[in-house]
Write a protein that binds this ligand. Sequence first.
Ligand SMILES: Cc1cc2nc3c(=O)[nH]c(=O)nc-3n(C[C@H](O)[C@H](O)[C@H](O)COP(=O)(O)O)c2cc1C
Length: 193
Amino acid sequence: MRVLVVYCHPVETSFNAAIHAEVVAGLTAAGHEVDDCDLYAEGFSPVLTREERLGYHDIPSNRAGVESWCRRLEAAEALVIVSPVWNFGWPAMLKGFFDRVFLPGVSFEMVDGRVKPRLRHIRKLGAVMTYGAHRTRAFLAGDPPRRIVRRVLRAQIAPLAPLVHLVHYDMNRSTDVTRGNFLARVRAEMEKF
Ligand SMILES: Cc1cc2nc3c(=O)[nH]c(=O)nc-3n(C[C@H](O)[C@H](O)[C@H](O)COP(=O)(O)O)c2cc1C
């Protein structure tokens, strides 16, 4: 499959950078064609401008500022997100990717006021996420990124699309062992993605 990997972390020595490397290596080893989108390295601008908001529903001119990312999303047969959780949400860079690229005419259409998904060409979803907090604390906070992956993103693709959701909670108390085990799990899951 052609897999679009959307990776979001500013630091090349971070744990998320290590996860990203395992994701790309595992998918490549499995024979997938990987389109590796490193949002920080590509200098993606997450800010939806005034003009973009005004023209948000104007297809196809609404994609003018993000044309290449729209094309990559449209060419994808699978999508894998790699990101830490910040303030119980996505880092601004990744949130902005969804705001600016998941556009009318790209990820959905409005038909008589109802949203009609347009990402059916994506058949499988992966999400690899890390939290500083323990799972219980994330749960008590409602764990929005978990719900977005499982309920929102997945529904946009296909409600029953296969999902590989790998999470390292409790990074604040992680050890070499927990991190090493997690990286090995990420690699193994991507090799059979
Ligand atoms: C700006 C910022 C906000 C954060 N907010 C949260 C949060 O709301 N919940 C949480 O569990 N961890 C939070 N964290 C911790 C990160 O999730 C944690 O540092 C990250 O998962 C570790 O991965 P890394 O070493 O690759 O950065 C935050 C970290 C930063 C830098």
